[in-house]
Design a protein around this ligand. Sequence first.
Ligand SMILES: Nc1ncnc2c1ncn2[C@@H]1O[C@H](COP(=O)(O)OP(=O)(O)OP(=O)(O)O)[C@@H](O)[C@H]1O
Length: 288
Amino acid sequence: MDVLRISGLVKDYGKQRALNHVDLVIEPGMFGLLGPNGAGKTTLMRILTTLITPTEGTVQYGDLNWKDASSVRKIIGYLPQKFSVYKQIRVDEALKHIAVLKGVEKIENTVQSVLDKVNLTEHARKKIGQLSGGMLRRVGIAQAILGNPKIIVVDEPTAGLDPEERIRFRKLLRSLGKDSIVIISTHIVEDIETTCQKVAILHTGNVIKEGSAEEIARAAEGKVWETTVSQDEFYDLADEWEVLSSYKREDRVEARILSDVPPPDAKPVAATLEDGYLYLMKSREKVT
Ligand SMILES: Nc1ncnc2c1ncn2[C@@H]1O[C@H](COP(=O)(O)OP(=O)(O)OP(=O)(O)O)[C@@H](O)[C@H]1O
């Protein structure tokens, strides 16, 4: 399978630079794009799905260049953050309509097969308005994979889903990553930690780090600490130190702290992707 090559990508909205010379090589499998609000994730997704064109730079998949937008659309599936369909029509009808628009052949069989893939066969005759949030996201994936796209782009995959649905949806995405490129854009670290082989961190239009979840976690190695304090001590601790998370254990509080120097009575612990991400964000805030 080919790789997706993003080279020197710049996007300016008037004077606002949203992407600043972004270079990425995305291999088949799951790829996570992580960044805070305003980092440029949506802009990059919109360029990849040909909704907008870049100011500078190129996107290429094998011999296919993004200048040929109509050919690119045939190999791209997109699940936007706010996917919705007319509530009164049935799931199978909605998918058949979209299949027609996409120029998919053998519509009945294709719709049946995507319904199976996303585990919605038994709900195929339900109206869209009767579905849970998780089921609606699965219809969203079903429409994105109609026509067997080589690249699937998913914006904020689990936003608005309950914890059980999140787990199920991540499993579905992982299964798609076996035979295509799946790009997930999110600010929820957990979506990426359990699914993606590679991650890029975007900050104010720049890729500030890329690698595996473990490589990103390493950015915070030796800087994550754990300590257990009383509830009163915890307030002082939170004022003085960068507390990443805290758990109440009976009358004590267990806190994870991000710091270059050891806080008092704290022991070092292994860094996670989230720790690495937060560390990189904090370091950027100090610079900018
Ligand atoms: N149509 C537009 N006109 C002007 N500026 C824009 C436009 N779209 C995005 N921007 C600006 O470009 C930058 C990147 O925005 P973008 O929406 O791509 O970020 P994001 O990472 O997707 O953020 P979010 O998670 O909030 O959606 C921001 O500073 C944003 O204000």
